[in-house]
Design a protein around this ligand. Structure first.
Ligand SMILES: NC(=O)c1ccc[n+]([C@@H]2O[C@H](COP(=O)([O-])OP(=O)(O)OC[C@H]3O[C@@H](n4cnc5c(N)ncnc54)[C@H](OP(=O)(O)O)[C@@H]3O)[C@@H](O)[C@H]2O)c1
Length: 345
């Protein structure tokens, strides 16, 4: 049994961590933090938790790592960064759900996040927490940078095409759609009901912050520099995310042959499901679960592969993946606490 703490327990990813970990047989809750609700119980903030957990929320402090084995940081980017040396000086391991340690270059981080990186020396210590590709490194990491939700859907969807050398690396396009919970619980104009309901809103075209993260990780897999056109859209649903991915094939291949390649590639992966030829990934089949569904199509007319990749932004795109990483770091079975299907309809 291990003790876990959550910094940012009053946010959406914090709530999802609590919900998932309540069912995890190997963990016990230590500290839960919130600045706004410090002094209240977590069940006062989220009445859905009534009868399951009544921990009192406390403000974040640099000592939080002293009383847990795993510290989850479910904080806005740059919030936990200032105390990372203190967290790592304590006995705990850290899983950071923010973007602070995902980008390996402080310079690129600063260019895209428009703020100084306070701990550039710690960047090499952080492992990018995408288990499908970095399981061994995650196992021994003290600091795991949990991937972003869009990057998880795009990287898992494109990786087989890239690693198997099937596509032209200058032709990658990701057209992604996210539910509104992707923006977190804090109030903002663009996520108000009247602003986002009944409409599809492209945003961040050509400059979304997840672009360098996707490019960094796909470059690692391809072993050569590459770019991607990444176009995110906000759509009027609460949770779930779907990326439709396009790449120019180097040579002719059938949909069923490509589907077999994907099937082989992800064989044994507990949370990646390759759909049958002719099926497309739908958010309805993955919401509230840790699965990423991937559908494979060849458009022989244009010579492009069209891949659909769907996940729950708060689960495989954030807190579920963080629990999966914790399981790997602690030597628990990887499915522990995550072994359930979507809730649909
Ligand atoms: N939402 C998603 O789908 C998603 C997916 C992948 C990754 N992420 C990443 O996960 C992190 C958390 O996202 P979220 O959606 O859970 O955000 P959120 O709902 O806005 O929650 C943010 C949490 O951080 C706390 N917080 C805010 N400012 C703070 C400060 N200055 N000091 C200490 N605590 C502070 C908030 O607590 P109080 O306001 O109560 O003080 C709240 O508990 C972000 O870095 C986000 O990019 C989110």
């Amino acid at each position: 049994m291990i003790d876990i703490s959550i910094a940012g327990a009053s946010g959406y990813t914090g709530l999802e961590l609590i919900r998932l970990l309540l069912k995890h047989p190997e963990v016990r809750f230590s500290t839960l933090t919130s600045e706004t609700y410090a002094g209240k119980s977590i069940a006062e903030v989220f009445p859905s938790l009534e009868g399951h957990i009544d921990h009192k929320l406390v403000p974040l402090s640099e000592n939080i790592g002293n009383t847990c084995h795993i510290l989850f940081l479910a904080l806005p980017h740059t919030t936990g960064m200032k105390w990372m040396p203190q967290f790592l000086a304590s006995p705990c391991k850290v899983i950071d759900l923010s973007a602070d340690f995902r980008i390996k270059s402080a310079e690129i981080f600063e260019q895209w996040y428009h703020t100084p990186h306070l701990q550039p020396d710690l960047l090499p210590k952080a492992e990018y927490g995408l288990p499908e590709f970095h399981r061994n490194a995650i196992q021994s990491a003290r600091l795991v940078a949990n991937p972003g939700c869009y990057p998880t859907s795009v990287i898992l969807g494109l990786a087989p095409l890239i690693i198997e050398g099937l596509v032209n690396l200058d032709s990658l396009i990701a057209d992604s759609k996210s539910g509104v919970s992707g923006a977190g619980r804090k109030a903002s104009l663009s996520t108000q009901y009247s602003e986002c309901n009944e409409g599809v809103s492209p945003y961040g075209l050509g400059n979304h912050r997840h672009t360098p993260e996707i490019e960094q990780e796909l470059t690692r897999l391809a072993n050569r520099d590459l770019n991607i056109s990444f176009s995110p859209h906000l759509i009027p649903m609460t949770r779930g995310m779907e990326s439709t991915l396009y790449a120019k094939l180097k040579k002719e291949i059938s949909t069923s042959a490509l589907q077999e390649i994907y099937q082989r590639f992800y064989q044994g992966e507990p949370f990646v499901r390759i759909l049958k030829p002719g099926s497309f990934a739908r958010t309805g089949n993955v919401v509230y679960s840790n699965y990423c569904d991937i559908g494979v199509t060849v458009d022989s007319r244009t010579g492009r592969a069209i891949i659909t990749s769907a996940l729950d932004n708060l689960i495989k795109g954030a807190s579920g993946q963080a629990v999966q990483n914790m399981n790997i770091m602690q030597g628990f079975g990887e499915r522990t606490g995550l072994d359930f299907p979507a809730i649909f309809p």
